[in-house]
Write a protein that binds this ligand. Structure first.
Ligand SMILES: [Zn+2]
Length: 454
């Protein structure tokens, strides 16, 4: 029997992250831009706070408050440049984005208070610190031909051509960039705590979902139950470890603690302390990269081997607060894994759909043979149990995974993977950026034109 196709067009964003090697002049300019952007951002926060304290607070009528907000004037980039002439040296676009980020941060904060925003609560915007060791700025109007792949150069406004390195594996998203099928939207320049520089190219294209409808073949479905130690247990009884998962933080714990201890012994604000800090940051970066690499490969394997994948919607932040096993929970980065899974499943080349179980779906309490709900399994220490109804013997995690698989088969959608249910992710651009570059996620939105309206 032929499979039906379901089509659904929408804009799709893809990010390409490149390690760049700016020359000394470019490095200076990049760092100046970080500084100016931080100043613009902080100034906007300061002015808003002042305006709130001095004007808004004295007005009790909500409608009048709204009007006051609308009439409020805050320093523009032009005025800031007049005040601080050194700002003319850096890219105007970057300064503009910094203001935008401040406004978006406020917008997210207000809509979070009002309950209009999905996901975790967003706090009041905070001032950016010079000492955070993690900086970025964004160029919103890069040239269409910014990427020169053959010479390994990327053209960034104001900076000119910057060298980058890439192993050159021309598969997947890189292909889109090279064939010029995408529209380049922005370039984010970033410096991480290990003093490495990156350029993240964000692109957009029209995208049409074409998915075959799943026709109930059970061997094409799988359920994944989160496990802190093995990453996941699947409905066939295998675990993430069987597919090469290593808890990187645990494996490198000795080296990491050694470096951290050395750092603690160094005198505060000395050169040697800075050197030791970079060493710790590099180690942490290495651990994160190993973990990411495995997640990339594993999600790829899963979406290309199965048509339906059932996962659970976990409240990991909540679990980390209460668990003694918190280190392992964070180490596993389940959220990152599910985001990538959703993302890859949405692509046409992978005929796969992800079904997230409801947060209150009691996957580990239900017997998958007869459906009996066994309350004693609420106790996390019970690793295996026998069903009092039908007598089936269960290993806790495998039973949960089977339940997730069954739930997925039952609820699988109309052939288009559900995409927006990721916690805390409001639009595709944010998701793309989280995947390409996890920085400043809460401050980013896709269109870049949002201005606060209260
Ligand atoms: Zn049973």
């Amino acid at each position: 029997m032929m499979n039906k196709l379901v089509a659904n067009a929408e804009k799709q964003h893809r990010a390409l992250k490149l390690r760049i090697y700016p020359n000394p002049e470019q490095t200076i300019l990049i760092n100046k831009t970080f500084g100016c952007c931080r100043q613009i951002y902080n100034n906007r926060l300061f002015e808003r706070n002042e305006f709130y304290q001095n004007v808004i607070k004295n007005e009790s009528d909500k409608n009048k408050q709204k009007e006051l907000w609308k009439k409020a004037h805050f320093s523009t980039e032009k005025e800031m440049k007049a005040k601080f002439p050194y700002m003319t040296e850096v890219s105007a676009q970057a300064l503009c984005s910094a203001t935008m980020f401040a406004e978006i941060a406020y917008k997210n904060f207000f809509s979070s208070i009002k309950g209009n925003r999905a996901g975790a609560k967003v706090g009041k915007p905070k001032f950016k610190s010079k000492k955070s060791n993690d900086f970025s700025y964004r160029e919103c109007n890069p040239s269409e031909k910014a990427l020169n792949w053959n010479e390994r150069k990327v053209k960034v406004p104001k900076l000119g051509e910057v060298k980058f390195r890439h192993s050159g594996n021309k598969k997947g998203k890189l292909d889109f960039f090279l064939r010029g099928e995408v529209e380049l939207k922005s370039i984010t320049i970033r410096k991480n705590p290990a003093n490495e520089y990156y350029a993240v190219l964000l692109s957009e294209r029209e995208y049409c979902h074409k998915k075959k409808i799943y026709e109930g073949d059970e061997s094409q479905a799988i359920g994944l139950d989160f496990s802190p130690a093995d990453f996941y247990i699947d409905s066939d009884g295998s675990s993430g470890k069987d597919f090469g998962y290593v808890a990187q933080k645990q494996a490198n714990l000795k080296k990491l603690t050694k470096l951290q201890r050395r750092l603690m012994r160094k005198q505060i604000s000395s050169n040697n302390r800075e050197k030791a800090r970079v060493k710790v940051a590099r180690m942490e970066h290495y651990i994160a990269e190993c973990r990411n690499d495995w997640i990339e490969k594993e999600t790829k394997r899963l979406v290309s081997s199965y048509q339906v994948i059932g996962i659970e919607d976990l409240n990991l932040k909540g679990m980390m607060k209460f668990s003694r096993n918190a280190k392992n929970y964070g180490d596993a980065s389940w959220g990152n894994f599910t985001n990538k899974l959703l993302w890859k499943a949405s692509l046409n080349e992978n005929n796969c759909q992800i079904v997230k179980a409801d947060r209150f779906f009691a996957s580990s309490q239900i017997c998958h043979c007869c459906g009996f709900k066994n309350p004693i399994t609420k106790n996390l220490n019970i690793r295996s149990w026998t069903c009092p109804e039908c007598g089936a013997e269960h290993i806790r995690d495998v039973n949960a995974a089977i339940n997730l698989k069954m739930n997925a088969i039952k609820n699988v959608g109309q052939g288009v993977s559900e995409f927006r249910s990721v916690e805390g992710v409001e639009d595709l651009a944010t998701l793309a950026l989280q995947i390409g570059a996890s920085e400043e996620a809460e401050n980013l939105t896709g269109d870049g034109q949002n201005v606060l309206t209260l």
